[in-house]
Design a protein around this ligand. Structure first.
Ligand code: ZN
Length: 420
């Protein structure tokens, strides 16, 4: 790392304007068939004249980078050294990469920067990857249990002797093509840009001053795909695919909090994904950083308390109402963009979709992907306190193969007291 000191500029340039289009910035033709014509996304802060996107790299971590620069730990001019960082597996371009509407929230070429745009990098353009691929092994207690109970076998490949599972992990930074994002949400692009500008407290003035810049790297969380088995099989409709599209729930996913079914869904999805890979198919878990229905943990914890303190206790019949009272909306997850990751892999058919959510199912179907079976977790994996959520969701029309309770039945599904 360079310890080079930088000069603090005496003034801040708040924004550029559309009459200041720089000749050194490369055009972006979203969805172009040839990646060279599509052009690299350049969101560097170091050479402002090269920028062809709004926002900056690293999603929500961009603020930490700023702090690190402020402290003097991180050289503002730092350029990533990309040698040996390339993917251990081949990720082939799919037809969806050439369709300006199939993928609008990630840059499909963002994992191929060095091969495609190496010449530009040599010329001095600061182009950064927005997708990275690596491999790992997962050690998960629920998987050990699945093996001990005979539900999953050790095969020495996908599942090793030490009960760990082999995976390929792919991380995606958000890269939004604003006309496509607006279209998915059914609003005018200008309106979307204005609302994004206003609701972030004016964070990116170029949203309103530079309508010619069509790409935004928003300061939000990233997405990670975990692939079990051969990545190339994901685009092969003949190969069985078991898939879970999972929205982050830190309390359950990591800490095992039992008020919801998030971790059981996640680990059961992993179990089935590994099993499908063992049979010659492929498994996929996509993990979206959209904590608490994209409302965040503060809102979520307030809702938990309101649910447990309401008259009559935490019943399934009032489950959705409480979220809406506190947050103003039942769910802010916008599954509209979720299928982009599936499209990235060229998925056309999901044989087993692990989800109860109709919002997820509808978004997947709308993007042109066929879903054969919808899978909900076995009852024995649902924590007692999470029955409230489970029954409320079923009654609200979430997918279930089992029975749906009426109002009386829902009143009787009661969660623990707050103090218990
Ligand atoms: Zn949860």
């Amino acid at each position: 790392m360079s310890n080079e000191k930088f000069e603090r500029p005496s003034h801040v340039v708040l924004t550029s304007h559309s009459n200041q289009v720089f000749k050194e910035s490369l055009p972006v033709n979203w969805g172009a068939t040839n990646p060279k014509d599509r052009g690299p996304i350049i969101a560097t802060i170091s050479e402002k004249e090269n920028r062809n996107a709004i926002g900056t790299h690293s999603g929500s971590y961009t603020v930490y980078r700023a702090l690190s620069i402020a402290k003097g730990d991180y050289a503002r001019e730092h350029r990533p050294e990309l040698e040996n960082t390339f993917s251990p597996v081949v990720i082939k371009p799919q037809e969806s990469w050439f369709d300006p509407e199939k993928i609008v929230s990630i840059d499909p070429w963002g994992g191929h920067i060095q091969e495609l745009y190496g010449d530009y990098i040599k010329e001095g353009y600061n182009i950064k990857p927005t997708i990275a691929v690596t491999q790992a092994r997962l050690h998960i207690p629920e998987i050990f249990e699945a093996i001990d109970k005979g539900r999953l076998e050790i095969d020495g490949d996908i599942v090793a002797e030490d009960k760990s599972i082999k995976v390929t992990k792919i991380a995606f930074e958000p890269v939004w093509y604003l006309p496509g994002i607006a279209k998915r949400l059914g609003i005018e692009e200008g309106e979307l840009r204005k609302i994004l500008f206003n609701e972030t407290g004016g964070m990116f003035p170029e949203l309103v001053t530079r309508p010619d810049l069509k790409v935004l790297l928003p300061p939000i969380g990233s997405t990670t795909a975990y692939v079990f088995g051969d990545v190339e099989k994901l685009s092969d409709s003949e190969a069985e695919l078991s898939c879970r599209v999972h929205d982050e729930c830190n309390g359950s996913d990591v800490f095992g909090s039992d008020i919801c079914t998030c971790r059981p869904y996640l680990t059961y999805g992993i179990e089935h994904a590994a099993k499908t890979a063992q049979k010659g198919g492929v498994g996929l878990i996509v993990y979206y950083r959209k904590e608490g229905r994209a409302l965040g943990e503060v809102t979520k914890f307030l809702v938990y308390n309101a649910r447990k303190r309401q008259e009559g206790g935490d019943t399934a019949s009032n489950y959705f109402k409480r979220t809406e009272c506190v947050a103003g909306v039942e769910d802010a997850r916008f599954q509209e963009f979720m299928p982009d990751i599936l499209q990235y892999f060229g998925i056309k058919k999901i044989h087993n979709l692990h989800s109860m959510s109709n919002m997820k199912y509808d978004a997947i179907a709308k993007s042109g992907i066929e879903v054969v079976n919808r899978i909900s977790i076995p009852d024995e994996l649902i924590p007692a306190d999470a029955q409230v959520e489970m029954e409320a969701k079923k009654a609200a029309g979430y997918f279930t193969a089992g029975e749906v309770k009426d109002k009386d039945g829902l009143d009787k599904v009661l969660g623990r007291n707050l103090e218990e």
